[in-house]
Ligand binder design. Structure first.
Ligand SMILES: Cc1cc2nc3c(=O)[nH]c(=O)nc-3n(C[C@H](O)[C@H](O)[C@H](O)COP(=O)(O)OP(=O)(O)OC[C@H]3O[C@@H](n4cnc5c(N)ncnc54)[C@H](O)[C@@H]3O)c2cc1C
Length: 241
């Protein structure tokens, strides 16, 4: 397998982003003997922007290895576990799997951000990536696997109606403890909604209500509004009686 040290200055394939797609692509490139360089902080989005205590929608048959070797099932096998022991998969379990996957596939990421990417006409290495620390990596090909955090969206017309400090985007809301005993309205009906919906508090007080906000809603635009012991008004309709 090709070596991928931090001193790499030129590469056949620069992979930007070390989330599931970047790691999977790095494994695939390594398995095909392609010289690659992976940059990004491994699984950063999952570590920083997923709800604590979350369970995945994906099950054990979903894994990162295009070569079908470093699968979740193999990982379980080595730990003496079966899918029934771990499903539904927790965020913590999934992060442990991705760590093991990197070790198995000998994937070493350069843990830094690409700040700028230029196309250099006429150069054999057509792309020039400038890292946040000023280091430059030249590449013949670039694969962007930067995920969707850049698409975080709070509709202006909705924000204009909401009191400051009383709402958050699910991309930033990863701790739910502060919401205990509070009633929340969850807007948006996609992944963040289903994975991010807090469990009902044990006191029996509080509630979670869901509503789609089409047509202005987009993927990743779930917004959690919170209000303590008061009745909810609807951002798009009349106040609840
Ligand atoms: C609450 C929630 C639950 C989900 N559950 C599931 C599930 O069960 N199953 C499933 O398949 N999918 C699930 N998803 C979707 C999941 O997030 C995506 O499938 C997956 O993370 C996409 O992987 P990715 O590598 O494209 O993006 P990301 O995981 O976002 O990774 C992109 C990486 O690129 C890095 N990056 C960004 N910009 C740069 C830069 N300039 N330089 C270097 N690095 C950079 C980021 O730090 C990040 O680590 C869920 C999503 C949410 C929000």
């Amino acid at each position: 397998m090709t070596s991928h040290s931090q001193t790499t200055q030129a590469t056949e394939l620069l992979i930007v982003g070390a989330g599931p797609f970047g790691l999977s692509l790095a494994a695939y490139a390594g398995q095909h003997g392609i010289d690659y360089t992976l940059v990004g902080r491994p699984m950063e989005f999952w570590k920083k922007h997923m709800p604590r205590g979350m369970y995945l929608r994906s099950a054990c048959d979903w894994h990162l290895d295009p070569g079908n070797r470093s699968t979740i099932e193999r990982f379980l096998n080595l730990r003496g576990q079966t899918p029934a022991d771990v499903e539904p998969l927790s965020l913590q379990f999934y992060l442990e799997y991705t760590q093991w996957f990197q070790e198995q596939q000998q994937i070493v990421a350069l843990p830094a951000y690409v700040e700028r990417l230029d196309y250099v006409d006429g150069d054999t290495y057509r792309y020039r990536a400038t890292m946040e620390d000023g280091r430059v990596i030249r590449a013949r090909n670039v694969a962007l696997a930067v995920g969707f955090k850049y698409f975080k969206h709070l509709p202006d017309d909705l924000v204009a109606l909401l009191p400051a400090g009383r709402f958050s985007h699910t991309c930033d809301l990863v701790e739910f403890e502060a919401l205990r005993s509070k009633r929340c309205l969850i807007l948006g009906g996609r992944q963040s909604h289903s994975n991010g919906r807090p469990s009902p508090p044990p006191t029996g007080r509080g509630s979670a209500r869901s509503s789609r906000i089409s047509p202005t809603s987009r993927a990743g635009s779930a917004v959690c509004l919170r209000k303590s012991r008061q009745r909810w008004g609807s951002a798009y309709g009349p106040r609840a009686a």
